[in-house]
Write a protein that binds this ligand. Structure first.
Ligand SMILES: [Zn+2]
Length: 339
């Protein structure tokens, strides 16, 4: 064992000197391969350890590893010195074309969110925001969800503590804004929402929503249709066929879900529209008088509509993305495909 330690010592002295003396990058590289390479001297010494006892192996192995690190560090710093010297001597060709910088761009979800916001802003909607952590009151009670409504279940909603929860929609902003203002109120509320759901190709536990609402004297269902049609023609293209399906939401009455004719198959039926020929794009309805009552509006005097859409879902339909998880994983290969 002593023989091996002596050998390591000699190797150290010799190699440290040779590194310092190496005058070119080539010499330095030859030296590195000669000592640390697969067939290098240090590697050969380590191979000789197999005849030693376990304790001896540990001592010699530790010493050899220390030496290996030391030599590697010395080689790296000598290499830097030599490279610096060669660039000072003008050996680097500065006329070579530079490497292009990669520019970033906005994420698909942001792009679609901005498009949606822009369309409604041009129709006179203001933007409002609310907290991500809401109380049961703003997320459910004030919006006319009965105490036993299934959406309140812990299976569907993430509770923080007590009656505080991660908002399941941005509809709570409606109530907050109604409390602050008197009609006319014409607002969109974009933001993150959270659902206690299993993540799969079509559903995620976190996504973005844009909720819109308009309250004034004499707001009717045809006003709602007008606004939604203007949005759909602007976003999906003019003349897209739309239909309203009766639906139910606690805070609107009557309620309707809006479908557009599948633009992939033209209504013949395909995988994207699940052979229905229609794609569901948003939920909407006339605001329930119970909501107005909660915020002190006189439902005899004012009326209004609300609508809401998922941003990821809209982006997926518009850009034919078949898995919602792609929008959250930040895989650069996916992100680069969409500018
Ligand atoms: Zn289709």
């Amino acid at each position: 064992m002593q023989i091996i330690l002596d050998e390591l010592g000699r190797l150290e002295t010799e190699t440290v000197r040779q590194i310092a003396e190496a005058g070119t990058l080539e010499t330095l590289e030859e030296l590195r391969v000669g000592v640390l390479g697969k067939k290098g001297r240090l590697t050969a010494i380590l191979r000789g350890l197999k005849d030693l006892t376990v304790d001896q192996k540990r001592d010699v192995g530790g010493r050899a590893n220390q030496l290996k690190t030391k030599l590697e560090d010395l080689i790296v710093s000598r290499r830097e010195e030599l490279m610096g010297a060669s660039s000072e001597a003008g050996l680097i060709d500065i006329t070579l074309p530079g490497r292009p910088l990669r520019y970033g761009h906005r994420h698909l979800v942001t792009v679609v969110m901005d498009q949606i916001i822009d369309i409604f802003q041009r129709m006179g909607f203001e933007i409002a925001d609310g907290p991500d952590i809401e109380t049961d009151y703003y997320n459910f009670s004030a919006l006319n969800f009965p105490p036993d409504h299934p959406a309140r279940d812990e299976q569907d909603t993430f509770y923080v503590e007590g009656d505080r929860l991660l908002r399941t929609h941005t509809s709570g902003v409606q109530v907050r804004e109604f409390e602050k203002r008197r009609p006319p109120v014409k607002i969109i509320a974009p933001g993150l929402v959270f659902r206690n759901e299993a993540v799969n190709t079509r559903a995620h536990c976190v996504f973005h929503q844009v909720e819109g609402f308009y309250v004034d004297t004499d707001v009717s269902f045809s006003d709602l249709k007008g606004v939604l049609e203007a949005f759909v023609y602007e976003f999906f293209g003019p003349g897209v066929e739309m239909r309203y399906r009766p639906s139910f939401f606690p805070f609107t009455e009557p309620s309707a879900e809006v479908d557009i004719r599948c633009f992939l198959c033209g209504g013949k039926g395909c995988q994207v529209c699940k052979h229905e020929g229609w794609l569901e794009i948003l939920g909407s309805g006339m605001i329930d008088p119970a909501v107005f009552k909660n915020v002190g509006y006189d439902s005899e005097r004012v009326s209004g509509f609300a609508f809401g859409m998922g941003v990821e879902r809209t982006a997926m339909l518009r850009y034919q993305v078949n898995d919602i998880r792609l929008l959250f994983e930040n895989d650069i290969r996916f992100i680069r495909q969409i500018r």
